[in-house]
Design a protein around this ligand. Sequence first.
Ligand SMILES: [Zn+2]
Length: 268
Amino acid sequence: MDRRDFITSTLTAVGSLGVSSLGITSDPQKTHALTLSFDDGFKKSFYRIAEIHENYGLRACLNVIATGHLKSFKTESKYIPQHLLGDFDDWNNLKERGHEVMPHTWEHLNLTEIPAAQAKDNIEKCLQYFTEHLSGYTSKGAVYNFAYNASTMELEDFTMTKVSAIRTGGWLVLKDSKVNAFPVKELPLRLGCRGHGPDFCDDYVEQEINSFLASDGGWLILNLHGLDEEGWGPVSAQYLDNLLKRLITVDYLMVEPTGGILQLMMQW
Ligand SMILES: [Zn+2]
């Protein structure tokens, strides 16, 4: 091993140690997987979400907008006001702390409402931006989270040639089921999620999780945004804290970010 290889493998080992200090290890006894998938990149909320997860040794699932930190970002100013969004220094910082940061969108357009060629170009620009600005980002293991959970089969297929999984509306890919298949058998994956808004979603989350925990199992992905006053369908910080405190005591449940579950299942 030459010096460069040694440094690289040492850094990799240190990096993976850092990550494995947060999160539950893979356990074949677990029949239920839950991902709380937070979108958009509200700076204050995302640091708080990370902190709450850390209190319970968990990793947060954070999905951000490639151009959200630029003053030019103007899409959806009611629910995603630009001045509340963090930047890639924040995302690198949170990733360094062991949390998962994944691509949500280039500029938060509904890609089903623009020409397919433009939609594909937006997806490519988004993934390229992550490659260049998010430390350690690789397409292997990456999850692309469609804005508004809006996609077409064509856009999903296109994106699945570039990342390991896409997350879109559960109503599009899960049909009558509320959950994704678990354990994961092969990649790339088409994952479905659900959410509730624009008002507080604490009651919705509580109900969904309770009925999931009483079910036979699977992988439930709930799409959330900010905490308290931030974002569409916010969850209260106090509720999130109490929820995670309770969930880590459920022995048949794994609470992990989307990419984290792929990693555990594929044993990368
Ligand atoms: Zn969004």
